[in-house]
Design a protein around this ligand. Structure first.
Ligand code: SF4
Length: 640
């Protein structure tokens, strides 16, 4: 396929135009598709920042379907994965008039594990416990599902305690020794993926596979000649998480529970194992008692005084391991519990010992406690992975560049020799938006900052009759804002933490005068086109909290490389987050709106320029009245 033919595909009168009602040829989309085609032909890795509205999914799908023998496409979330597989991919194949074998593959925790279902079906504690109803719903569905994809069973909530009992982990899967291997849903999905020409995965699965954390099935994604990473701005953090080693209190407790269940399969096992199981349970309880009051995450230094409890847990795991080795040959489940006990004991030992290439940290979220060892350098293992595969890597996202530069991204990932491309926005930001930076606000660290900002923006949100997103950098500020707005305004508030994301967005769209208050997860991936969203307020420049251990590890690694970490790590990280937040406002050519950034540092600090230079070209207004006039003008035009 020549460049000319790609231009036919994306041009006026093309098949795409027939298939997509609202399709209009976009120069940026064609440029991106051509660059990808050239990268594939030259086998050169490519990093593309493609602004919202470029149509980047089709821009990579078409050249890939034309040129790749076998391609893997990785997206940021399960939702995006489903959307790409069920909507964009069939459309691209139709536009090209070709057929390909395609597969959708999710992580193993998304598929029913028949062995664990059977195992727990015999456990009276579960049949009569809190999850009894969910368990019988899963059992009934298990009899007829063809895919075993847990998303099919939407009557059982994703947070139900039944799912960890009936899905597998790398730890507890029996692999080829499983009696139900021939019927296994995970195995079937992976086989389909292995033989497909194009597989759609998500970053978690991709990295689990690349970092060989899901062994037992062999390599799932071998032999691809193209790897496309969409939402690539997430890759540095995802890679760091996956090259980390962790162990959680949940894993230890699950091991004791599974060992107890497995005792039923071997005579005399319970007599040997009961005491060591109790020993592990009591050791993990004692360690946990020391961790209860800890913050959500932090460096190992904060829990250094718990080393004696952790050592006691190592000792208890060793005793369980010894006891298991006496009975392990009596069943596959028991021998697998032995492997798990030994692996947990080693990981915990490694954590307590520590080494200079990793940062040690804990996480203590929603009652789940884990210990983690995170590598300071991810470029080296990523380079090794890329060297082992013949694939051309295409990385793309709407937010990758900082003031037009990609270095912070390419350096961190070790992409030394890749092509770079920026596709500018197809939207007319100067016409469609106004940027208002309120004056006289206190410093963001001031306790009065949130209220002062709300007092200034409330008249603007009244003028827009709600239709506003307030994006916060902390949950504390978000809660404070909800209290103030409830006491001083009559907006319909949709507050993160008070309902699920889907419910909040539905209410935001259906209830008039709505204002949505969101923190972290609302800064990206939320798509509200049209007049429903006319104002976005960002409270502060989104610098990551200084106590984030992963960020600390990244800063430490940059400092060791001789860099000024504030400039090479913290600013780029915050710029990309800000670009994500700002990206919520304009989703299509007809949209308009006012962007408010309530952080005086954007004007008063020298680094503020880097933020402003990285944002789309919005027309700045000095006073709120200009922003309100702009909104009235636009509403009037839309009514006319
Ligand atoms: S092979 Fe693993 S995932 Fe499949 S049924 Fe057996 S234990 Fe479960």
């Amino acid at each position: 396929m020549s460049v000319q033919q790609l231009s036919d595909l994306f041009g006026p009168g093309s098949e795409l135009e027939q298939l997509i009602g609202r399709f209009s040829p976009r120069p940026g989309q064609l440029i991106m598709a051509q660059a990808i085609e050239e990268a594939l032909l030259d086998q050169k890795d490519l990093v593309v920042e493609a602004a919202t509205g470029t149509g980047k999914t089709l821009a990579y799908l078409l050249p890939i379907l034309l040129h790749a023998e076998r391609a893997i496409i990785s997206t940021g979330t399960l939702n995006l994965q489903d959307q790409l597989f069920n909507r964009d991919l069939p459309l691209a194949l139709k536009a090209l008039g070709i057929e390909k074998e395609t597969a959708l593959l999710k992580g193993r925790s998304n598929y029913l594990c028949l062995h664990r279902l059977e195992q727990h079906g015999q456990d009276e504690g579960i049949r009569d416990g809190d999850w009894a109803e969910d368990f019988s719903a899963v059992s009934a569905w298990a009899r007829h599902t063809l895919t075993g994809d847990v998303a099919e069973l939407d009557t059982v909530g994703t947070d139900s305690g039944v799912w960890p009992l009936v899905t597998s982990t790398q730890d507890n899967c029996l692999g080829s020794e499983c009696p139900l291997f021939s019927k296994c849903h995970v195995v079937r999905a992976r086989r389909q993926a292995q033989s497909a020409d194009l597989v759609v995965v998500n970053h978690h699965l991709l990295f689990a596979d690349l970092s060989l954390k899901q062994t037992g099935f062999g390599e799932v994604l071998p032999g691809a000649d193209v790897m496309v990473i969409d939402e690539a701005h997430q890759i540095p953090d995802t890679a760091m998480r996956f090259f980390s080693q962790g162990m959680s209190a949940w894993q230890v407790r699950e091991l004791t529970r599974d060992t107890l269940v497995a005792c039923g399969q071997a005579s005399g096992a319970l007599a040997i194992l009961r005491k060591p199981i109790e020993g592990v349970r009591s050791a993990v309880d004692q360690a946990m008692a020391r961790f209860v009051d800890l913050p959500a995450k932090g460096e190992f230094a904060k829990i250094a005084s718990t080393v004696p409890q952790l050592e006691a847990l190592i000792k208890a795991l060793r005793q369980l391991e010894q006891a298991l080795s006496q009975v392990a040959d009596q069943s596959r489940d028991l021998s697998q519990c032995l492997e798990r006990a030994s692996s947990l004991e080693k990981r915990l030992g490694h954590f307590v010992a520590g080494d200079r290439d990793h940062i040690r940290w804990f996480s203590n979220r929603n009652g789940r406690f884990s210990l983690n060892l995170t590598p300071l350098d991810i470029a080296t293992p990523l380079k090794e992975i890329r060297a082992q595969t013949p694939a051309t890597w295409i990385m793309t996202s709407a937010t990758l560049a900082v003031a037009g530069q990609f270095d912070h991204f390419t350096t961190r990932l070790g992409l030394d020799d890749c092509r770079e491309l920026t596709i500018p926005t197809p939207f007319d930001y100067a016409r469609q938006t106004r940027l208002w930076l309120p004056k006289d606000l206190p410093e963001p660290s001031s306790p009065n900052h949130t209220q002062a900002l709300l007092e200034q923006v409330t008249p603007l949100m009244k003028a827009s009759q709600g239709r506003a997103f307030l994006l916060f950098t902390s949950h504390r500020a978000l809660r404070q804002a909800a209290v103030w707005l409830r006491a001083n305004t009559d907006f319909n508030l949709q507050v993160q933490e008070e309902a699920t994301r889907r419910v909040l967005l539905e209410r935001f769209l259906s209830e008039p005068n709505s204002v949505l208050l969101g923190a972290a997860s609302f800064w990206e991936g939320v798509d509200v086109p049209g007049m429903s969203l006319s104002v976005v307020v960002i409270d502060k420049l989104p610098f990551a909290p200084p106590d984030d251990p992963i960020l600390e590890a990244t800063i430490k690694a940059a400092t060791e490389r001789g860099e000024r970490a504030f400039a090479t790590v913290q600013i780029p990280h915050a710029v990309l987050s800000l670009k994500q937040g700002v990206g919520r406002l304009i989703r299509q050519a007809e949209d308009f709106g006012v962007m408010v950034i309530g952080d005086p540092r954007i004007k008063t600090r020298s680094y503020g320029r880097i933020f402003l230079k990285s944002l789309p070209n919005m027309t700045e207004v000095g006073e709120i009245d200009e922003a309100i006039d702009f909104l009235y003008g636009q509403f009037h035009e839309s009514d006319a």
